[in-house]
Design a protein around this ligand. Structure first.
Ligand code: AMP
Ligand code: MG
Length: 469
């Protein structure tokens, strides 16, 4: 197999990472491979056995420079001064046919110096979960890391649930730089490394940025855009820790994440998020909090810290406005308004309040709006009719609003119960539900599989996703 590696991170100073080879596994089998992405990356696949060997970590392709990256991070608000890739290994980078540099990383490929108490492994469930949801995100047009391959290791690993089949995910990202990457050097007072990292990041992601404050501004904008896109499809990330907050503004680290069925601002899926820190509606506020942590790091690069603090504060304080504007744009589109006005916010909030009362299905209610069938989703018909009257008066032409709604409201999202069913089948050796989901989710704005668009029945609801990844 040929992978056209062109590595840059491995050329940074030693303190940025540890050289680390994957640990080989006994019986790798290729479960999924993303041909379209491989084509973009210029990867030529000769045979499945070779792919299983490379994407399990059993053989290291030529010119790979395997490393585990160092980072720190705030986890649920408390700072952990050293995290790092505990079960991920960056094989190297590739510049795609689209000119974009991307990381190719194995996740679940064995222990590294940053594994702490962990085994460095992943089980099949979270690997396929990330594969399906990240590719669904991509199809929805939302910035995300990608999935290139999933390989079963043929080995068992131990989690709370007992023995589970091991797997390795090959993840592709425009980079794995996180807020936590800045935090590790800022916390240690390693200002030279912090400066090198900042320059590297600007060059790689925001070449137009003139210095650290411009970088901060760009990341704030990217995060504001990302989080409002999540909200517009009912996505709850679940672990918005600073080590899971991508500098490039991609959705990264699909752990206990989920798309919600019934709408509620306080919806939480992660079984460990008992306080609801990362609930659906808190996500914009958390994004701002994460950017404040990035700002705190970048300020250290300035001689005149007071002036830097003032500028950084201004940038971070401007973020709620950015979020509000982006939110208004996205939700206006969802109800067919292409030219948002300030008082549209009230109209949208009224609808969301009605939806919340009935826990109306998020995806299907917006879908029903464009079909003129939304009334069925509500119990307080009078309230809905009143809202609908106001809404219709606000719309311009029917044709225009239809087009706007159709491109803002997906029909098919990776519903949590379908993901769980898919995992259960895969553990039993049946990949058909995985293939079915992948096919339907590739065109989420077109109904190709009506059953996948249906919300879960009461018995099918999966209220929590477990972090035992
Ligand atoms: P996450 O919650 O997946 O973002 O992971 C947080 C930190 O824990 C990261 O440093 C991971 O590399 C590490 N980690 C998670 N699972 C494992 C594991 N099974 N073995 C080693 N490290 C892990
Ligand atoms: Mg993480």
């Amino acid at each position: 197999m040929f992978i056209p590696f062109d590595n840059s991170y491995a050329l940074l100073p030693e303190g940025f990472f540890s050289k680390q080879k994957p640990t080989s596994v006994s019986d790798p089998k290729l479960l999924a491979f993303n041909n379209e992405l491989a084509l973009t990356l210029g990867i030529e696949l000769d045979d499945f056995a070779e792919a299983a060997s490379v994407f399990s970590g059993n053989s290291i392709p030529q010119n790979a420079a395997p490393i585990a990256q160092l980072y720190a991070g705030h986890q649920f608000g408390s700072f952990n001064p050293q995290l790092g890739d505990g079960r991920a290994i960056l094989l190297g980078e590739v510049i795609g046919s689209d000119g974009i540099r991307r990381d190719i990383q194995l996740k679940g490929s064995g222990p590294t110096p940053y594994s702490r108490m962990g085994d460095g492994r992943a089980w099949l469930g979270p690997v396929l979960r990330e594969y399906v949801i990240s590719e669904a995100m991509q199809a929805l047009g939302i910035p995300t890391t990608r999935a290139l391959a999933a390989v079963a290791t043929g080995e068992q690993i131990w989690r709370e649930q007992g023995a589970l089949p091991g797997a390795v995910l090959t993840r592709v990202a425009t980079s794995h730089l996180r807020v936590g990457t800045f935090q590790v050097f800022a916390h240690r007072g390693e200002l030279e490394h912090l400066r090198t990292l900042t320059e590297y990041t600007i060059q790689r992601h925001y070449p137009e940025a003139q210095g650290p404050m411009d970088l901060l501004r760009a990341v704030c904008a990217a995060q504001a855009d990302l989080v409002t896109r999540w909200m517009s499809v009912g996505f709850i990330h679940g672990v918005m820790n600073t080590d899971n907050c991508s500098i490039a503004g991609e959705t990264i680290d699909y752990g206990p994440c989920a798309f919600m069925d019934g709408f509620h601002q306080n919806r939480v899926f992660s079984s460990i998020d008992t306080q609801g820190r990362y609930a659906f509606g808190t996500q914009p506020g958390i994004a701002v909090w994460n950017m404040a942590q990035l700002a705190t790091c970048l300020i250290q690069l300035f001689k005149d810290r007071d002036a830097a603090l003032e500028e950084a504060t201004e940038i971070v304080h401007a973020m709620p406005d950015l979020l509000e504007k982006a939110w208004l744009n996205r939700f206006c589109a969802k109800i067919g308004i292409s030219t948002p006005q300030a008082d549209d916010q009230g109209l949208i909030e009224e609808l969301l309040a009605l939806m919340q009362t009935d826990e109306a299905d998020f995806t299907n209610t917006f879908q029903a709006l464009n079909e003129g069938k939304a009334r069925d989703q509500f119990t307080d018909l009078e309230a809905f009719d009143q809202w609908s009257e106001k809404w219709k008066n606000r719309l311009t032409t029917e044709a225009e609003s239809q087009t706007v709604m159709q491109s803002a409201n997906p029909v098919i999202i990776p519903r949590n119960h379908r993901i769980e069913q898919m995992i259960e089948a895969a553990v039993a050796g049946d990949m058909a539900p995985f293939e079915r989901l992948m096919k339907a989710l590739a065109t989420p704005f077109v109904e190709t599989d009506a059953a996948l668009a249906r919300p879960p029945s009461r018995q099918e609801i999966v209220p929590a996703t477990f972090c035992g990844t």
